[in-house]
Ligand binder design. Sequence first.
Ligand SMILES: Nc1ncnc2c1ncn2[C@@H]1O[C@H](COP(=O)(O)OP(=O)(O)OP(=O)(O)O)[C@@H](O)[C@H]1O
Ligand code: SF4
Ligand SMILES: [Mg+2]
Length: 327
Amino acid sequence: MSLLEVNKLNIGFQGGDGLMNVVTDLSFDIEEGKAVALVGESGCGKSVTALSIMRLLICPPAHMEAESILFEGKDIQQIPERHMWKLRGNDISMIFQEPMTSLNPVTTIGKQLTETIRQHTGCSKKEALAKAEDMLREVGIPEPKQRLREYPHQMSGGMRQRVMIAMALSCDPKLLIADEPTTALDVTIQDQILELIADACRRRKMALLLITHNMGIVAEAADEVMVMYAGQIVEKASVQEIFDTPMHPYTNGMLRAIPGTAHTGEEFYVIRGRVPSPLFFSKACRFAPRCDHACERCHKEAPQLQDIGGGHYIRCWNPIKGGNANE
Ligand SMILES: Nc1ncnc2c1ncn2[C@@H]1O[C@H](COP(=O)(O)OP(=O)(O)OP(=O)(O)O)[C@@H](O)[C@H]1O
Ligand code: SF4
Ligand SMILES: [Mg+2]
């Protein structure tokens, strides 16, 4: 049984012209202890997908429906809110892009951490304090005792993100959702934070859904990659398959766009055009206006996600043969 199984998730927003569909028929699953990356350009629907799994999407204006969203076999759509509150934190934790939006600026790090720990574990103040100190140590924060007395603004962005990771890990969740956890940080810190998240997940045998627009960071952190474009998964495979034989022109373009990689041998590649607004999603292939491989059929008929074997799925009429990222 998968830890998380999302079946036919559709998300839309109510606007003046009716319901604007932003995520279409999304299905995927995450096995216990596995790290899965959800990759795609800005606006493709990554965050709303994560929020809908946590049931944090505000409906309305959002409208969400799914055949099922099973966590350990239970459909989270059917779970009463008071139980959902327990599930968030105890079983599923989330780290957001900007730690300042999740940390309370007028409360010390220690108070915020111990309150979270106590709410979810019911332990004593003293035990929570000891655990908070251990957690800061685990995420590489020096002098944790002293740091617990500090306020968020007294810390650097990297340190604050470490605190958020400590908070997310403190209740030993089974699934960690990290939504662009490194984009607000200095490039030199990004790798350290990513490594910290990936290591913590491996050590604790915790599953990870890593959301990012940066294909460059998934190789070290994920077992499996889902490439999302305009609200749909266009390619899904093991990290090795995706990097060795990317078959969808969009995946291919994303890999070529990783600056200075040995993979491409090129300086820099930019996928022409932009992600369309959901108001203008094509009824045929949504990537067709930007695709160098498009044929007549691509502009007329929508390709479906096909299982091509070995856990590799692709949504394309003209997959790139041999998956050569330099094509
Ligand atoms: N509250 C909202 N009201 C209307 N539209 C929204 C709302 N939130 C998100 N959207 C739209 O839903 C689509 C998906 O948004 P989402 O935030 O999931 O993108 P994303 O892939 O996470 O992008 P980014 O990489 O920039 O974080 C976008 O077109 C966005 O404009
Ligand atoms: S279906 Fe056609 S347009 Fe769409 S990605 Fe494949 S080749 Fe390109
Ligand atoms: Mg987002």
